[in-house]
Design a protein around this ligand. Structure first.
Ligand code: ASP
Length: 387
């Protein structure tokens, strides 16, 4: 269902504002990164909802976190970053990573590209950033290998594509897009998916491309923990790396009102070889449907699959008539924890309503509003859990 909003790029009077906001939001070397405290809009965000909803039901969230959002990204749920122990340089690196992804998607939207192209561009940037658990920087499985999952979905016709357990595609999200557009299938796994990507000209790499010291250390600690060792000590920064998990995702709405969503991950540290999480599963880790929402999830994949997380949010909106924030809250904060796992979702409606509920202590995420403002949230107190 097309949005009734007029895209910012049709409004010359807004151009100056957009450019100014972009200059404010993109940090120069040595300057502070954009944050929820330095960039407009964050301060205007409504307080977490308590009590009654728009429907009058107790305990559900009545309002979205932000409005007029055109693109949002996440960098994984978990502990996010600890304000006490995170160095300014590290905070900046995460904020810059999220902001770079948003700017890549914005470039697509600004030239009137599709939301599908925008989410793919944003996720690619995060896959290439070793800080995040997707593409370069992906976690190791129990055999010390990288097996990557990704999916992408278009809201206008429910077209979708996904790859699971790929080992050689540098950007798994490109593989997902390829499956969607060049095959009659939705999900390809393992060697077949790698071969399919390679045959269609995607860049392939050897496994060492994905290696990072932080993920290696996390695997070693996971192995020691599994053996019951008490010596698995880690620096707070390494632990944050591990706990923030780092799966990435993006959601967008374009000038035609079309929604799209994409998700990419290395999965869970020390997972069994062959394990596939929610990220490549349409309706669990990723979902987009014009008229309801675009959503990308992060967290305990098994629970997100069992709870059909993102499609359930859409169904609650379509059939239960819940507004986006209430539907997302119902699934992420109430239903999924009851199944035994935590995590979060970024959710964007066709009208620009955006919400990022999570039951994990934190969720790294950011969004871009119509006027070009970028907001990033990396500390738990910037986006409290269960709200
Ligand atoms: N949901 C991902 C998975 O289970 C992991 C994550 O988001 O951290 O594979």
């Amino acid at each position: 269902m097309p949005s009734s909003r007029t895209p910012a790029w049709f409004l010359p009077s807004l151009l100056a504002v957009t450019v100014t906001a972009a200059l404010v939001a993109v940090p120069q070397a040595g300057e502070p990164a954009p944050s929820s405290s330095t960039v407009p809009l964050a301060a205007e965000q409504p307080k977490p909802a308590q009590g009654k909803t728009a429907q009058g039901k107790p305990g559900t969230k009545p309002r979205p976190d932000a409005r007029d959002v055109v693109l949002a990204v996440h960098g994984g749920a978990g502990a996010a970053l600890d304000r006490e122990t995170t160095t300014p340089a590290r905070e900046k690196a995460y904020r810059d990573g999220l902001a770079r992804a948003l700017r890549a998607g914005q470039q697509v939207l600004d030239r009137r590209g599709s939301s599908l192209d925008a989410v793919e561009a944003a996720v690619k940037v995060l896959e290439d950033d070793p800080l995040f658990n997707a593409g370069k920087g992906a976690v190791f499985n129990a055999d010390a290998a990288h097996e990557l999952d990704a999916s992408i979905m278009r809201g206008s016709d429910l077209a979708a594509g996904a790859v699971a357990g790929v080992r050689s595609l540098r950007n798994p999200i490109e593989g997902a897009r390829l499956v969607m557009e060049k095959s009659r299938h939705v999900l390809l796994a393992g060697e077949g998916a790698d071969d399919f990507g390679q045959r269609h000209g995607l860049t392939t790499v050897t496994q060492d491309y994905f290696w990072t010291q932080a993920r290696w250390d996390a695997l070693m600690r996971a192995k020691e923990t599994a053996r019951g060792s008490k010596t698995a000590a880690a620096s707070p920064e390494a632990l944050a790396d591990e706990q923030s998990k780092g799966t990435v995702g993006a959601v967008a709405v374009d000038g035609r009102g079309d929604l799209a969503a994409a998700t990419s991950t290395g999965g869970l540290t020390n997972k069994l070889p062959g394990r596939i999480g929610d990220s490549p599963v349409v309706g669990a880790g990723t979902y987009a449907k014009n008229g309801t929402l675009a959503a990308s999830a992060t967290g305990a994949g098994e629970v997100f699959i069992r709870g059909a997380a993102t499609s359930t949010i859409s169904n609650l909106m379509e059939f239960g008539r819940l507004p986006l924030a209430s539907a997302a809250y119902e699934v992420v904060v109430k239903r999924l924890p009851a199944l035994g796992g935590d995590g979060g979702v970024i959710a964007l409606g066709p009208d620009g309503d955006f919400d990022a509920p999570h039951s994990s202590p934190g969720m790294l995420h950011g969004y871009l509003t119509e006027d070009g403002t970028v907001v990033t949230k990396v500390f738990p107190d910037e986006s409290p859990a269960n709200s």
